[in-house]
Design a protein around this ligand. Structure first.
Ligand code: ADP
Ligand code: MG
Length: 416
């Protein structure tokens, strides 16, 4: 993720296609754009001064229309394309400056690549294709066979090991391509439009599979896509390119909620926001009642003061254990009860911060604020139906007013 240490650092990377890029580079430095450079020098600006950092274990997507420079950028990482200027640090070593011997070593040990058109050898079996990278590394036949079989198992193709690629569907062939790249155990995986040639249904399956694999493998994946839906679905972070320039880098949520310009806004306009937005980013921080640190009377006064209808109760670890409603507290006080545990509702909906809004629609309809918890189970805040509608844009914040809309007051029990 973003916060992990950088695996790849790209600094001021420029690629200009053509025989004598010096003059074009000069023009670029003086502020010339792609068209002007082409006009004046006949050279094509492929990548325009890109700086970005990709964290270890991150699934990083580079997105942009055809011709925006995605392939150029990713191919500079292993120098299938020579950068014109700038630095590419992998584990703090500048790949743009190493000699060819070292470059070959880096390619062999650190980077593997999956291509759009699979790039399988038609006359080799699925197994031979999968072990190809290991063979190139000089691994002995028994060992590499075993590793290849294990990897085919991971992508669900072990029983196809002895078939020719042509016997497999497009989706399966791309899984072989993926297996071949994974088998090398290279920590960096470059995937250039790896799923773009697949049918939509197969493609979605592959996206899910990549997300699933990545949870176990934790490779650093640089995934190229021209499809914003795909980018936002699979990326931990997404970089959007235009005309060789990097326009915005951010988490899918940041890009959808905070587009830096009209171009990005137009791109994300039709995106299903409920799928992209996570509960963690829209949860409203509310002060909970801490078990053992107050009375029923105190809780009631507190809620009246702050005009709250409901308040969550957390235990001493900060985990939600109950929900207090104004009605229940009033009844308890009039009956002289002073046991919070007896007053609070213990059936309440809970979701984790990483859950998408789409997955909690059904819970929001219950009419009780949903407790949002972190991975450790700690209370992070609440979400109500109005919050969801506001953030996916069905209603604007103005429609709802500045004050949070209280959920229908209920003393009823909630089945989740
Ligand atoms: P993308 O992968 O986003 O479609 P590319 O990186 O392939 O974009 O291309 C970026 C720009 O560089 C495009 O304008 C393309 O025409 C140009 N380009 C790519 N390869 C070459 C090349 N070998 N010679 C000249 N121009 C090229
Ligand atoms: Mg491309």
């Amino acid at each position: 993720m973003e916060s992990s240490r950088p695996k790849i650092k790209i600094e001021n990377l420029v690629k200009i296609y053509g025989k004598h890029p010096e003059q074009a580079l000069k023009l670029f430095r003086q502020g010339g754009n792609r068209d002007e450079i082409l006009q004046a020098t006949g050279h094509v600006l492929g990548v325009a001064d890109v700086t970005l950092s990709i964290g270890e274990g991150e699934l990083f997507v580079i997105m942009g229309l055809s011709g925006s420079g995605k392939s150029t950028l990713v191919r500079c990482l292993n120098r299938l394309i020579e950068p014109t200027s700038g630095h590419i640090y992998i584990d703090d070593e500048d790949v743009a400056r190493v000699d060819l011997k070292r470059l070959r070593e880096i390619r062999r040990t650190k980077i593997s690549m999956v291509f759009q058109r699979f790039g399988l050898f038609p006359h080799k079996s699925v197994l031979e294709n999968t072990e190809y990278g290991l063979k190139m590394r000089g691994m002995d036949p028994d060992q590499r066979r075993q590793m290849a079989l294990d990897t085919l198992e991971v992508v669900g193709l072990r029983k196809w090991a002895n078939y020719a690629p042509s016997a497999l569907s497009g989706g399966m062939q791309q899984r072989v391509g993926l297996a071949r790249a994974l088998a090398t155990e290279a920590p960096i995986l470059l995937m250039d439009e790896a799923f773009s040639a697949l049918d939509p249904l197969i493609r979605r399956g592959m996206q899910d599979e990549l997300i699933r694999l990545q949870q176990d493998l934790h490779r650093t994946v640089v995934f190229i896509s021209h499809d914003i839906q795909e980018a936002l679905k699979i990326g931990d972070r997404v970089a959007i390119m235009k005309d060789g320039y990097l326009v915005q880098v951010g988490t899918p949520e940041e890009i959808v909620t905070n587009p830096v310009d009209d171009y990005i806004a137009a791109f994300t306009q039709d995106v299903n926001r409920a799928q992209v937005l996570k509960t963690g980013s829209i949860a409203r921080k509310t002060v909970p009642f801490i078990l053992g640190k107050g009375s029923v009377q105190g809780a009631l006064e507190d809620m009246r003061t702050h005009q709250r209808e409901q308040m969550y109760v957390v235990d001493r670890h900060g985990s939600p254990v109950g929900l207090l409603t104004l009605d229940n507290l009033e009844t308890a006080v009039s009956e002289g009860t002073d046991d919070i545990k007896a007053v609070m509702e213990t059936d309440f909906p809970t979701v984790e911060t990483a859950t998408s809004l789409e997955e909690i629609f059904h819970l929001a309809q219950i009419g009780v604020p949903i407790a949002v918890v972190g991975t450790s189970g700690k209370f992070k805040g609440v979400i109500e139906q109005a919050d969801i509608f506001a953030s996916i844009g069905r209603l604007t914040q103005d429609d709802l007013g500045r004050e949070p809309v209280p959920a229908a007051s209920t003393g009823g029990r909630v089945a989740v």
